[in-house]
Design a protein around this ligand. Structure first.
Ligand SMILES: [Mg+2]
Length: 448
């Protein structure tokens, strides 16, 4: 058939079908009218969405008609998440989970900043697990392929508990990091407003820490990192002395990052960042916003970034690429730390990483509470990130999960890196027979 004949045939078919539509014979969209040949039916579709709390971790399962399952975890800090996950079930049942973008276009608008983007993120990650298994390839192949065969991780959580928050205690924790079997090459320390320092060090800032003692009745639950205010001179010097103590132990062998907030004033942020320039920090995280603040404040971050050579970082609470746009275009930060379990999933994170790279901004994804399934998702996406990738935060897990998951390297971390594995999907499987014994009565049908 010539091009002319083909065009004439298409026109005839369009008019014939249009007439049929106008006569009320069929219901058909204009897009379908122009499609040739008719689309083939999906052979895989979502039949169920489930959520269970298993040994302290939020686990979701997407069930399909073919018997292929997708699994993912949300942060273990969100044990209340189950009803929020189930909210999306009616929107996704019947859809093809391997058309990840199509499902996401439908549900991504119904999420928000941490913690309310977590359910959408977990669904996205579980769909990639299915897509990889169906294609018979590791997920990194579907995200563009491997840029690196091992991914660097950094030490975030899991450090010994602190009580004094003084230089000697920080130095002692730094020695623990240095001796850790994982061989970390980067360590992040929680300090200042991102620690209990304001409660422990007298006159640390011009404010009053939230305290159970302030309760009029029953002791209410407190928010994490509740501080906001102006540092005293004593407080400022305390932070600097503690950082010097950490750096004195880590030396030049282990890169140092700090998680400091949120809650610092702009002037304190600038003073602190400038004072710590000789420490050659990898980044200062969430000085102003972060964690559970549902906004970005790019202009304020830009003021700090433009005033210091210390790299300024934010982003673990941010949901979707759209909310990074202003940070990037204003050059407001030098490093960002979105968490795949909050940002909207791994393809969202990959997109953000590419856009960050176009703006000279580095990637250090958050992940401390993502568990072992979150670890697998972080490995897959981090393998595909451009050269702005620094490291992701090594996730913590309850001990039982190490016997419930197979497919991880043993040991998981060697010389501060994780070797990227090649099994299909996320490349890790839940040993159902083992996991079943940890199911609560409420979740007893999770694996059925
Ligand atoms: Mg943080």
């Amino acid at each position: 058939m010539t091009e002319k004949q083909n065009t004439a045939w298409s026109r005839r078919r369009f008019f014939k079908q249009s007439l049929a539509v106008s006569a009320g014979m069929v219901t058909i969209s204009p897009t379908t009218l122009l499609a040739s040949p008719a689309p083939t039916e999906s052979k895989i579709w979502i039949t169920d969405l489930r959520c269970a709390i298993i040994k302290g971790h939020v686990v979701i399962r997407i069930v399909t008609n073919t018997g292929v399952n997708g699994y993912a975890m949300a942060e273990y800090t969100k044990l209340y998440l189950k009803p929020f996950v189930m909210f999306y079930k009616d929107y996704i049942v019947g859809m093809d989970p391997t058309d990840v973008s199509q499902v996401m276009m439908k549900i991504r608008r119904m999420g928000s900043f941490k913690p309310w983007g977590a359910a959408v993120s977990a669904i996205e990650i579980a769909m990639w697990d299915i897509a990889g298994k169906v294609a018979g390839v590791p997920v990194y192949k579907l995200l563009g392929g491997k840029v690196r065969s091992k991914v660097r991780v950094y030490s975030g959580g899991g450090k010994p508990a602190m009580t004094r928050y003084d230089p000697a205690e920080f130095a002692s924790v730094a020695r623990w990091v240095k001796e850790a079997k994982e061989g970390y090459t980067i360590a992040k320390f929680a300090i200042a407003f991102h620690s209990a320092t304001p409660n422990v060090v007298p006159d640390f800032y011009y404010g009053a820490p939230l305290s159970p003692a302030n309760s009029a009745g029953p002791v209410p639950k407190n928010v994490a990192h509740p501080y906001k205010g102006v540092l005293t001179t004593k407080g400022m010097k305390h932070i600097i002395t503690c950082v010097e103590a950490i750096k004195g132990v880590l030396g030049d062998d282990i890169g140092l990052a700090l998680d400091l907030g949120p809650g610092h004033s702009i002037s304190d942020s600038i003073r602190l960042a400038k004072a710590l320039e000789p420490m050659n920090l990898l980044w200062m995280e969430d000085l102003i916003t972060g964690d559970y603040t549902p906004y970005v404040m790019a202009d304020l971050y830009r003021d700090v970034t433009m005033s210091t050579t210390t790299p300024i970082h934010t982003g673990e609470q941010i949901y979707l690429r759209e909310h990074f746009k202003e940070l990037f275009e204003k050059q407001a930060v030098r490093v960002i730390g979105p968490d795949p379990a909050d940002v909207g999933g791994i393809s969202e994170l990959k997109w953000v990483a590419e856009y960050a790279d176009l703006h000279g901004i580095q990637m250090a994804p958050h992940g401390v509470a993502d568990g072992l399934l979150g670890l697998a998702a972080l490995v897959q996406v981090s393998a595909t990130m451009p050269e702005n990738y620094i490291a992701f935060e090594y996730p913590m897990s309850s001990p039982e999960w190490y016997e419930m998951v197979e497919g991880l390297p043993d040991p998981i971390v060697t010389d501060g890196h994780i070797a990227v594995w090649d099994r299909p999907g996320m490349g890790v499987d839940i040993k159902v027979n083992v996991a079943k014994k940890y199911l609560s009565p409420e979740d007893k049908n999770f694996f059925d």
